[in-house]
Design a protein around this ligand. Structure first.
Ligand SMILES: Cc1cc2nc3c(=O)[nH]c(=O)nc-3n(C[C@H](O)[C@H](O)[C@H](O)COP(=O)(O)OP(=O)(O)OC[C@H]3O[C@@H](n4cnc5c(N)ncnc54)[C@H](O)[C@@H]3O)c2cc1C
Length: 380
């Protein structure tokens, strides 16, 4: 796609930032400690990344989905984990509030998120409710001016450092499946909220993930988000945007893999041969580049469709995520393959990108879930 001058400038701004600020030392520190890095978080916030897509009236930048996709792609090209720092606030964090928050809720919660002062996470998955998110067992029972929440959310990105969470809970157990679920904005400091262990993941290290446990947590009724018993619809709408973000992240990871492989293939090997001059290597690189370009086009055109509100957006977001994340994993595999033993050595960028790529076909709906969404739409 030919980008407008504005989008080209934005792409350059994101690229320059990532190349200057995501230093090897920082990336190494993230891998070693697994901790959230507040310094880079504040730098990204100061650059306006946390609220890129949040409207100006709520202290964001009010940019479109294409700008958002370009941001996530360019940040992920250097560091998939740091792309998440800016991605979460714009998609899963702010999404539910933008879809159905009251004006009062938006004014209260969005500006601190856009400024990077507040971290709002999305807590849908449970130990027995991943792909089948309608199987939510967390309950919220009305008690005077409050709802009392009990349950456990699992694998919640950012939970260990978040101050607020959007929590999905069953408010009408008589309704089956995805019906009877409501959304709440829960302060993580409320009595009864605790965290599970930090998960030790193979990739995306430096963006901590843990369970959130709720034991008789009293959430005020003013923090019920959207209509009672109807929160699942908003979760699914939010995931459309989230899936576009993961698809853009996958394009960035794949570009990072291709960049490294092209550089590596031009270095003479032990026998003085240039790998890129062999047809086998050059054809593999041609395949990587072609798949990447197809994924990028699908992601950008989906972002433009979402901005224009044209067509079956849910299906297109699923297609973009499904294709881009699977392509990214194939490209990352080929990148490691072409690096030979160096592809397995820590310190080589493709080793880290390969591990980071793996999650993209799993979170925000696995590839099989995307296949269900796409086929459901095509066959209806
Ligand atoms: C690092 C990380 C961060 C995450 N962050 C968050 C977060 O911030 N918030 C949040 O709510 N969740 C989060 N998740 C959870 C994530 O969304 C789930 O892992 C994902 O939805 C898959 O659920 P599951 O792991 O329970 O797998 P399962 O649902 O148990 O699926 C296991 C396998 O079976 C397949 N499968 C399941 N059902 C079907 C079916 N009907 N037909 C065909 N195949 C099927 C799946 O595709 C998958 O391959 C995160 C996960 C990870 C790994």
């Amino acid at each position: 796609m030919i980008l407008s001058e504005k989008h080209e400038l934005m792409r350059n701004r994101f690229r320059d930032f990532a190349e200057a600020e995501f230093t090897d030392e920082l990336l190494q520190k993230l891998e070693e400690t697994g901790e959230f890095d507040w310094d880079i978080h504040y730098k990204m916030a100061a650059a306006g990344f946390m609220g890129l897509k949040i409207p100006v009236e709520y202290a964001g930048q009010g940019e479109d989905n294409l700008s958002y996709a370009l941001m996530v792609e360019e940040l992920a090209r250097v560091s998939p984990v740091l792309s998440l720092y800016a991605n979460t606030s714009n998609s899963l964090g702010a999404g539910p509030l933008l879809f159905c928050g009251s004006e009062e809720q938006k004014q209260k919660y969005l500006p601190p998120v856009a400024r990077g002062e507040s971290n709002l996470v999305f807590a849908l998955t449970e130990p027995g409710a991943g792909s089948d998110a309608g199987g939510t067992l967390t309950t919220a029972v009305e008690d005077g001016d409050f709802y009392v929440l009990n349950g456990r959310k699992t694998f919640i990105s950012g939970a260990p450092f978040a101050d607020k969470a959007i929590v999905y809970a069953k408010t009408d157990p008589s309704l089956r499946g995805s019906r009877g679920i409501s959304m709440f904005i829960m302060d993580m400091k409320l009595p009864g909220v605790s965290l599970g262990m930090h998960e030790k993941k193979m990739g995306i290290i430096g963006y901590p993930t843990s369970d959130i446990v709720m034991e008789d947590v009293r959430v005020h009724k003013s923090d019920l988000l959207g209509p009672l018993h109807n929160g699942f619809v908003t979760a699914m709408k939010t995931l459309d945007g989230g899936r576009l973000g993961v698809a853009a992240q996958a394009v960035g990871i794949a570009q990072g893999c291709l960049d490294e492989t092209v550089k590596f293939a031009k270095i003479p090997d032990e026998s003085g041969q240039i790998p890129a001059k062999s047809q086998n290597v050059s054809f593999m690189i041609a395949d990587m580049a072609t798949e990447l370009e197809a994924a990028r086009e699908l992601v950008y055109s989906t972002a433009v469709m979402r901005d224009a509100n044209v067509g079956d957006i849910t299906k297109r977001c699923s297609m973009a995520k499904y294709f881009a994340t699977e392509a990214c994993n194939r490209i990352a595999r080929q990148a490691v393959q072409l690096h030979g033993i160096f592809g397995l050595v820590q310190g080589y960028k493709v080793e880290r990108l390969y591990r980071d790529a793996r999650i993209t076909t799993i979170y925000e709906g696995t590839s099989q879930v995307q296949q269900m969404v796409i086929s459901g739409s095509v066959l209806k």
